[in-house]
Design a protein around this ligand. Sequence first.
Ligand code: NAG
Length: 209
Amino acid sequence: MISIFKFAVVVFYLIAQMSVLAERDISVIFDKCSAQRKEPDNQYSSELPLCILTAMEILNNNGAVNKKNLEELLLLRYKNQTFVNNLIDLCAVEQPNPGETAYYVFYTCWITPYESLEDAKHMIAFLSCWYPKYKSSEKIKAAQNDIYKCFLEKINIMDKNGEVNKEAVLQIMKASENKKLTDAVIEGCVTKKENPLETANNIWKCINM
Ligand SMILES: *[C@@H]1O[C@H](CO)[C@@H](O)[C@H](O)[C@H]1NC(C)=O
């Protein structure tokens, strides 16, 4: 259910979303910012998010989030005031500098589509573990178990000592509509491994089955 691949489809999603918004302005901003990119192949660069969000006045020039404008944009998609308010509390979190804030807000508030608030909590916890610590694909590969551990701790599936919250793992596995869940599979998924990193890696495989 939670997959790093979600992040790989962002550009396609963004383009699809623009026609839904039917706002020519956004499309113009996107084209202009894309054309200006100095590092077009670096998906971890904050230059595109920073350019787009600043032009849309979702980020002020000093790097602060303009929540009123963000709310307007998100209401176009979700059409649910309570959900949008809750989402903004989770996602409009300012980071150490405007570039990082732009990257974070771009992916957590806007580009990643959410089915529910629970879904949003998981995805945002994942992203906040994944970024800004690891800004290149090599580093991400090397740090994968670290990211899983950080994420699983954040959503209270595991504690710092690698103790597993079995009920929580089960809930997530059941929600993923996996039909092959036998008792043996479940037992394998909630077993504590040699160290917290390996336990996290094991749980991660299970919840992505
Ligand atoms: C709106 O969002 C809230 C919070 O996620 C949710 O509890 C509620 O059911 C939603 N309302 C509708 C009509 O979908």
